[in-house]
Write a protein that binds this ligand. Structure first.
Ligand code: ZN
Ligand code: ZN
Length: 299
């Protein structure tokens, strides 16, 4: 049951960003400087995900030299292929690729590229669906391959108010697809697009393999600031503990939602009867409007 497992799985939470760019594609900073900045911010892991495009030489940067005592790195890329419903190239986040992942084939489409990346070991995310104006049909093409939808993209939010992926995720969940949610920066460092949204991944060690396995298993939540300390389903109720919040909401199919609203809430118990036999997910919002998102739960 992805989502819930994060809070009972062994280990501790590690904070990471899996979507960011460097001078290997269209970012402003060199790979070592990008890694240095995330390490300095106290991140536990980082995936440099430059645009895997011919014009940049299909880059997958070996970031192992930039690991620190605290921060590890995962190799990956933002992979692209023709074409989505808007006639534009797909943007998919492949976190966990080998350095020698083969370039896009001459007539290769996005589904083929996505499948290859998953077979090569990647955690596959549908990047910034709102920024790309992806349709539900686009989502259906990838729903059987992707592990998760990018529910938050800091860069897209700052640039054009298209940072949220919740609506797109919910449409796919309503069709029975089992997809998680992840927040990421997509930082290019041309503007202040770093450190605005991240994953909290529960794993026993901060090793790339352990982090990737936990991500694929759904042992994570995502945040812009709020912390979720505990989450459990008991007697038909969702019990949650978190850092001080203004709203703790559980939402599901259609307009279904239950919420606790107040000031400095650190726990809530919400009735799950309206979500029985279906999916739901939790969003915690603090007094500054910053959010934390769990993966969906299937009850
Ligand atoms: Zn992109
Ligand atoms: Zn990107």
């Amino acid at each position: 049951m992805p989502g819930r497992d994060a809070f009972t799985a062994p280990g501790r939470f590690y904070r990471g960003n899996i979507h960011t760019h460097s001078t290997r594609s269209d970012g402003a900073l060199t790979p070592d400087e990008v890694c240095r900045r995330y390490a300095e911010e106290g991140y536990d892991f980082l995936c440099l995900s430059d645009h895997f495009l011919k014009q940049f030489g299909f880059p997958i940067t070996n970031t192992e030299p930039y690991r620190t005592n605290r921060m590890t790195t995962i190799l990956g890329a933002e992979i692209h292929a023709p074409q989505n419903s808007q006639g534009e190239i797909w943007h998919l986040l492949a976190c966990g690729l080998p350095e020698d992942f083969p370039p896009l084939g001459d007539d290769e489409d996005a589904v083929s590229l996505a499948r290859r990346s998953v077979e090569a070991g990647a955690f596959l995310g549908i990047a910034h669906p709102n920024w790309s104006s992806l349709s539900i049909e686009d989502g259906r093409q990838m729903a059987g391959l992707a592990h998760a939808v990018e529910i938050w993209n800091t860069g897209c939010a700052i640039e054009c108010d298209r940072g949220d992926g919740g609506y797109f995720l919910d449409m796919l969940l309503n069709e029975g697809n089992r997809l998680g949610a992840y927040a990421a920066d997509d930082a290019h460092f041309k503007i202040a697009d770093g450190f605005g949204g991240w994953m909290m991944v529960k794993a026993e060690t901060n090793e790339p393999e352990a982090i990737l396995a936990a991500m694929k298993a759904g042992h994570s939540y995502s945040s812009q600031g709020p912390e979720i300390a505990a989450l459990a389903v008991r007697d038909g109720r969702l019990e949650i503990a978190c850092s001080p919040a203004g709203t703790i909401a559980v939402l599901g199919r259609g307009s279904r939602a239950e919420s606790a609203i107040g000031s400095g809430l650190t726990e809530a118990s919400l009735d799950l009867s309206r979500f029985s036999g279906d999916w739901c997910r939790v969003v915690v919002t603090d007094a500054s409007g910053r959010r934390a998102w769990t993966n969906p739960l299937w009850l």
